[in-house]
Write a protein that binds this ligand. Structure first.
Ligand code: DQA
Length: 146
């Protein structure tokens, strides 16, 4: 096993499949988790997939990733645009880090155009729907494996 990749999801993403389907699509978070496991297994990585509606819990999980993970994928949802604690926590994580958004945040309201996280990650994927999570895992495998 090449290691564990933490995949952390922020507020309201538990409602994927029911929530603003025109924006986020019909795929549920459970289905995204399954796709992540399917993508990670042949690359030799285990997945720790979590969702929280609370900012502090996401911070605690990033700190946990410091001890347990070689890479981290984060969709911080609305905290992407408001949080300082999440980028501060990401700065303490030395492994590969990718920020993911299902929707193209740059095609949406102006408040979504800025991410407080982006300068703390190796790469950002947005607008590609659930596929973005799979691409993020592949990117982490490349970065972590090199
Ligand atoms: C999101 C984009 C955010 O602006 C929004 O608050 C979300 C989801 C996305 O995946 O497209 O909740 O991170």
């Amino acid at each position: 096993m090449a290691g564990t990749i933490f995949i952390l999801n922020g507020p309201n993403l538990n409602l994927l499949g029911q929530r603003e389907v025109d924006v986020y699509g019909a795929t549920t978070l459970g289905e995204i988790e399954e796709a992540c496991r399917t993508a990670a297994a042949p690359l030799g990585y285990a997945i720790e997939f979590r969702q929280s509606n609370q900012e502090g819990e996401l911070v605690t999980w990033i700190q946990e990733a410091r001890e347990q993970a070689v890479g981290l994928v984060i969709n911080a949802a609305a905290y992407t645009h408001t949080s300082y604690a999440i980028p501060d926590a990401l700065a303490t994580f030395d492994g590969a880090k990718i920020e993911v958004h299902l929707s193209n945040i740059f095609k949406r309201e102006v408040f979504r155009h800025h991410s407080t996280l982006s300068n703390q990650v190796d790469g950002v994927i947005c607008g590609l729907g659930p596929k973005g999570y799979v691409l993020a895992i592949e990117a982490i495998a490349e970065i972590a494996g090199s």
